[in-house]
Design a protein around this ligand. Structure first.
Ligand SMILES: [Zn+2]
Length: 264
C-alpha cells in the first residue's frame, strides 16, 4: 500500500485529533488521492490552508499524491506570535456568515464591515453568494468549507461572540477597515444622515423631544439617533478595541478578567 508523510504546522494542529498534533504523520494513500482530499480527511477544511509544500516544492490542492512523498501544510491564518505566516492569501474584506452567527454579524456591522447574514440562508445560498460577490464565508461548520468551489472561508474557533469578533479582526487585519456608523446593524444597509424634520412623524415623543441628530438606513429605513443607539454602538466599539489592544500586547484574554472589560 502506498504511503506518504505529512506534517501540519502552527495553528492547523488545533484542528487535528489530539494524538496527531505536532508530529509527522505517515498516512495510507487512496487510489489517485489529491492532496486536498487527504488534508480534509484529517478534519482540516482546505480554506484553512495557506500553502502546501510537496517534496520541497509549492503545489496546488489538486495535486495527485504518489508513494513516499513528503508533505508540509501551512495555515492560511497567522497566529499573532507567528508573523512569518502572514498574508499568504489576500482576502477580501467582506463576509457572509452562517445562520448561527447572528450576533457576530451585528458586531461586525457596528464597525462598518460589509457583512451579509440572514437566519434563513441555506448552505447552498451561502456558498453561491460568497462566490458571486467575492465574500469570505465565516462558519463553525467544517462541512461548508470542504466544498471544492469555496474559495475564501474561515472556520470560527470560539463559541463566544466577542471572542469570535477578535478572531476575525486579528486574522483578517480589519483595524484599518473600521468605519463607524457606516452600516445598519440590522440589515447591513448604508446609513445616511437625515434632518429631524424629515423623520419627525416617525419618532416617539421622547425621542423627538430630546434628540436632534439622526441617521437612517437606506435599505430598511431604521432610524438611529445620537445619544441613543449610536452612543451604545460607540461604547461597544471602544471597549472592544481596548480589549484588542490588550490582547495584542499581553496575549489571550484569559490572562485577565474578561468580565471587567465588558461590564456596563
Ligand atoms: Zn437597515
Amino acid at each position: 500500500m502506498d504511503r506518504i508523510n505529512i506534517k501540519f504546522y502552527d495553528s492547523l494542529n488545533k484542528l487535528l485529533k489530539k494524538d496527531k498534533r505536532g508530529k509527522k504523520l505517515s498516512l495510507e494513500l487512496k487510489l489517485r488521492q489529491s492532496v486536498k482530499d487527504l488534508i480534509e480527511a484529517q478534519g482540516i477544511p482546505h480554506t484553512e490552508v495557506g500553502m502546501i509544500i510537496i517534496d520541497g516544492k509549492k503545489e496546488e490542492f489538486s495535486f495527485i499524491l504518489k508513494d513516499g512523498q513528503e508533505i508540509e501544510v501551512y495555515p492560511a491564518f497567522n497566529h499573532v506570535e507567528e508573523p512569518k505566516f502572514q498574508n499568504l492569501i489576500n482576502y477580501p474584506k467582506k463576509f457572509i456568515l452562517d445562520v448561527h452567527l447572528g450576533r457576530l454579524a451585528k458586531y461586525l456591522r457596528i464597525f462598518g464591515i460589509d457583512t451579509l447574514y440572514q437566519n434563513y440562508y441555506s448552505d447552498k445560498e451561502i456558498v453561491e453568494t460568497a462566490l458571486k460577490e467575492g465574500r469570505v464565508i465565516l462558519t463553525r461548520d467544517r462541512g461548508i468549507l470542504k466544498r471544492r468551489v469555496v474559495r475564501y472561508g474561515y472556520l470560527i474557533k470560539s463559541n463566544d461572540s466577542k471572542e469570535q469578533l477578535r478572531e476575525i479582526f486579528l486574522n483578517f487585519h480589519l483595524l484599518p477597515e473600521i468605519k463607524p456608523f457606516l452600516r445598519c446593524i440590522s440589515c447591513n444597509g448604508i446609513l445616511e444622515r437625515v434632518s429631524k424634520g424629515e423623520i419627525m412623524e416617525e419618532l416617539e415623543p421622547l425621542t423627538r423631544k430630546y434628540y436632534n441628530e439622526f441617521l437612517r438606513c437606506t435599505m430598511c429605513k431604521k432610524i438611529y439617533w445620537k445619544g441613543g443607539h449610536m452612543e451604545r454602538m460607540e461604547e461597544f466599539a471602544d471597549k472592544f478595541l481596548c480589549s484588542l489592544r490588550h490582547y495584542k500586547k499581553n496575549g489571550p484574554m484569559e490572562k485577565y478578567n474578561k468580565e471587567d472589560i465588558w461590564k456596563n
